[in-house]
Design a protein around this ligand. Sequence first.
Ligand SMILES: *[C@@H]1O[C@H](CO)[C@@H](O)[C@H](O)[C@H]1NC(C)=O
Ligand SMILES: *[C@@H]1O[C@H](CO)[C@@H](O)[C@H](O)[C@H]1NC(C)=O
Ligand SMILES: *[C@@H]1O[C@H](CO)[C@@H](O)[C@H](O)[C@H]1NC(C)=O
Length: 182
Amino acid sequence: MGLSYARVALVVLMSSTVLAVSSAFPSPRAGDQWPAFNQTALPPLGAMGRWPSFNHTAKGSRKIVVGGADKWRIGFNYTEWACKNGPFFQNDVLVFKYEAPTKAAPIAHSVYLLPTRKSFLNCDLKKAKVLANTKQGAGDGFEYTLKSCKKPYYFACGESKGIHCGPGLMKFAVFPFFKRLH
Ligand SMILES: *[C@@H]1O[C@H](CO)[C@@H](O)[C@H](O)[C@H]1NC(C)=O
Ligand SMILES: *[C@@H]1O[C@H](CO)[C@@H](O)[C@H](O)[C@H]1NC(C)=O
Ligand SMILES: *[C@@H]1O[C@H](CO)[C@@H](O)[C@H](O)[C@H]1NC(C)=O
């Protein structure tokens, strides 16, 4: 994501350079060596390189499935996932996907919001807010919008008295960036 960001910045920089250059030159006449700059021939930005997911001008929000194909489960490193899939932006929607426990698959998950960095580091669930119970991750998953860009969000699984959060690695923090709405 960081890489594609740099590329976006580069593309924007390059296209603005091209525009600046084209307006600085006299318009090409027929027969000139310099080919006319045909703006409609340029591919749309989204089609260039790897910029599939983030649309700066989109008013709508991105939906990001936490853990990707691994969904919300024990033993997947969500800190690393968040690191690789960031940055996150204000109004991005995180989707937590996990099945409700059954007799055959009794391991339950949930989504808690921890109040402080300290409680996050210690997987202390005492003052946590329950965002989604053990059933809400089924189907299309539980959606949570990152509304604020003024504070970090500390997410964790609240099951098994913090064992999923600690040794199970089911926790991550995100600090959304401000997203300008045009
Ligand atoms: C500019 O490119 C578009 C798309 O390829 C083409 O349809 C159009 O004829 C071109 N215009 C000029 C002036 O070459
Ligand atoms: C970005 O979002 C805007 C507004 O929703 C839309 O008009 C535009 O086509 C989108 N651009 C890309 C590259 O998807
Ligand atoms: C999870 O990933 C983070 C970031 O890459 C790393 O610092 C940490 O050691 C990893 N945890 C485990 C248990 O592998």
